[in-house]
Write a protein that binds this ligand. Sequence first.
Ligand SMILES: [Zn+2]
Length: 113
Amino acid sequence: MHELGLLAEIVDKIEEVAKENNVTEIETLVLDVGEYSGVVPAYLEDCFPAVIEGTMLAKTKLKLNIIEGKAYCHDCGKTFMIAGHEQNCPYCNSQKCEVIEGGEFVIKEIVAR
Ligand SMILES: [Zn+2]
């Protein structure tokens, strides 16, 4: 479960930025989590209380913005939603597809009080 480490890094980063901006309390933390980022949203929620304990974010709410997987087909030029783990193009069945959305794991928004 690498979610714990990822969250700890994010919390560190936010504390740093908050201090620079004289922010003392963060109300909500919004993260973009792509379906293909390898991060499991349920684990993030499980880890969050342990990670924020004793930090400036102790009262912060976690909000996850799930981004669906989307791919681009290099053969026919169409984009399509990735269903499950099937990444072949549904139009021409090509395997030359590239994930263009859904690999994100980034801070989307920090709402300060
Ligand atoms: Zn195609």
